[in-house]
Design a protein around this ligand. Sequence first.
Ligand code: HEC
Length: 145
Amino acid sequence: MKTSTKLAAIAVLGLTMIAGMASADVVDTRQKGFKAHVGNMKAVQAAVESGNAAAAVDPAKAMLAYAESIPSLFPEGSGEGETRALPAIWSDWAGFEKAASNHVAAVEKLVAMAESGDASALGDQLKATGGTCGACHKAYRAEKK
Ligand code: HEC
């Protein structure tokens, strides 16, 4: 092998490794993010149960920030390795973005209901929000192994 060819091969290998690492990082970031998302959802649920909607404002806002970031956490090529992300995310990116924006819209209302102070309306909106989690999971997340 000529030296230049060898160097090119090494460069390609290096880039592949970096891409692989970046992908593992983003998978880790989004999986931790989803765990925190559930934690915030539970905090909203607790606020509903105690009838104190105001306690849901901060966790609902944290949910909104994460919800808005979801599409950016699924770059092309991050469907490999320890992930339950289905290939449909990338083969049907428009559908995935739609599922994400439906979720954002639901969480925006969740924030509004928390701010309104109406715990019963907040509870209803929490259920509606949960529906948008499930809709995305059904189409774009693999079953647990
Ligand atoms: C737009 C799509 C979408 C929406 C909306 C969504 N999820 Fe997910 N979720 C996914 C995908 C895809 C994965 C798999 C990620 C992976 O393994 O790389 C996932 C993974 C998870 C996980 C597992 C994380 C782990 O430990 O591996 C939990 C828990 C979760 N989601 C909860 C939620 C909750 C709760 C909501 C709503 C409040 C929600 N998700 C909304 C697509 C979505």
